[in-house]
Design a protein around this ligand. Structure first.
Ligand code: PMP
Ligand code: GLN
Length: 386
């Protein structure tokens, strides 16, 4: 290697995320990949046709920073329909390059060096590095298997003058749990009369089961005045590779967000926005999602019932947590690697989602898969012995 200049690393080198690590291992061992969260089925042909149509029609130039007006109108109508919250299409929405970029920009916009940010662990893996990049300090609240519940009195004790933001995620990746109306009311009581911003990661808003209702931050008008909600078209449209999403909030927060977004991305690709604007204008294109994924969850539960893995039945998301305590004493990363290389099914360990990982023997499996994929995985998992 030639000469290298000295650099001050902002994040540790080699911090490859667990999804990349496990997907790589899955490919290497030809394992069935129930690790990284992505569907193994195609998105709707109609949606693909719309994308092709708009590329063909030449919708290939820049669109407004906040998003294509038609798309923002579709989203505003959808949110009012679902959460009874009027959202101004041009002033309260900003379309982003996926939820990850929405989270990054929101954190960069509002978190300053020395600020504290409360997150609930196991937490989706991008929050911590993003907070650190902004110079903020991560304050993790530890949730434990099997309940993954939150004692809001403890959260209240974590709040102080330095608390700038609280990040919530419902339905929750990786545990598959959801926040209840009572949880949201406790949060509302904690942040009331403070300058704390709530960043609500709701990318799995439509993946909610057993007749439960998604408690979007938009259902709580007072709380919403100091909050922003993040969404991902990747989850809703079975198109994780498109990396398209959006953020919603009160105008004064969205304005600040856009001031940063302008120098970060400016706008996202136009033809996909045209296509999504048409597609999501029809509620049937998202109303089917809870029963569609609930069926897959049930299939996985039925097929894995004879394995020694014990499920924490998912209330939301397309992930389910499984305890392997009856199978092995290995730490979870080692066990996930063993499952991938020896049993032929890739999983995600829970520990990378914690700052200080507990000793829980839990892995996450993704059920956004064709029935035959789940069947083949179940067959392989039958090899596990108590
Ligand atoms: N938040 C959560 C909880 C997620 O699970 C994911 C990815 N699946 C994201 C954010 C990022 O979404 P995107 O792929 O749109 O960036
Ligand atoms: N969100 C996906 C998951 O939880 C993975 C996203 C990624 O690979 N960065 O599995």
């Amino acid at each position: 290697m030639g000469k290298q200049v000295r650099i001050q690393a902002k994040l540790p080198a080699g911090g490859t995320n667990i999804f990349t690590i496990m997907s790589r291992l899955a490919t290497e061992h030809k394992a069935i990949n129930l690790g990284q969260g992505f569907p193994d089925f195609e998105c709707d042909e109609k949606l693909k046709e719309l994308v092709a149509k708009y590329v063909g029609e030449g919708k290939n130039q820049y669109c407004p920073l906040s998003g294509l007006p038609q798309l923002n109108q579709t989203l505003s109508t959808k949110m009012e329909r679902l959460y009874k919250m009027p959202i101004h299409p041009a002033k309260q929405i900003c379309v982003t390059a996926g939820a990850t970029q929405a989270l990054y920009t929101a954190i960069m916009t509002f978190v300053n060096p020395g600020d504290e940010v409360i997150i609930f662990e196991p937490a989706y893996d991008c929050y911590t590095p993003q907070i650190r990049l902004a110079g903020g300090e991560v304050k993790p609240y530890q949730m434990l298997h099997p309940d993954y519940s939150i004692d809001w009195n403890r959260v209240k004790d974590m709040v102080n003058d330095k608390t700038r933001m609280i990040i919530i995620n419902t339905p929750h990746n990786p545990s598959g749990t959801i926040l209840s109306k009572e949880d949201m009311e406790c949060l509302e009581a904690i942040v009331k009369d403070t300058n704390i911003i709530v960043l609500s990661d709701e990318v799995y808003e439509h993946l909610i089961y057993d007749g439960e209702k998604h408690q979007s931050i938009m259902r709580f008008p007072n709380l919403f005045e100091q909050s922003m909600a993040v969404f991902s078209f990747g989850k809703t449209l079975h198109a994780t590779g498109w990396k398209m999403g959006y953020i919603v909030g009160p105008e004064y927060l969205v304005d600040e967000f856009k001031a940063v977004h302008q120098w970060n991305v400016f706008c996202t690709n136009s033809f996909v926005q045209f296509a999504i604007a048409d597609y999501l204008a029809e509620p049937k294109h998202y109303d089917y999602l809870p029963s569609f994924f609930e069926k897959k969850r049930n299939t996985m539960n039925e097929l894995l019932a004879d394995t020694p893995l014990i499920p924490k039945v998912a209330k939301g998301t397309y992930f389910q947590a499984y305890s392997y305590e009856e199978v092995s004493d290995l730490p979870d990363l080692e066990f996930a690697k063993y499952l991938t290389s020896e049993i032929g099914v890739a999983a995600i360990p829970m520990s990378p989602f914690y700052t200080h990982a507990p000793k829980d023997k839990v892995i996450r499996l993704c059920f956004a898969k064709e029935e035959k994929t789940i069947e083949s995985a179940a067959e392989r998992l039958m090899k596990l012995k108590r």
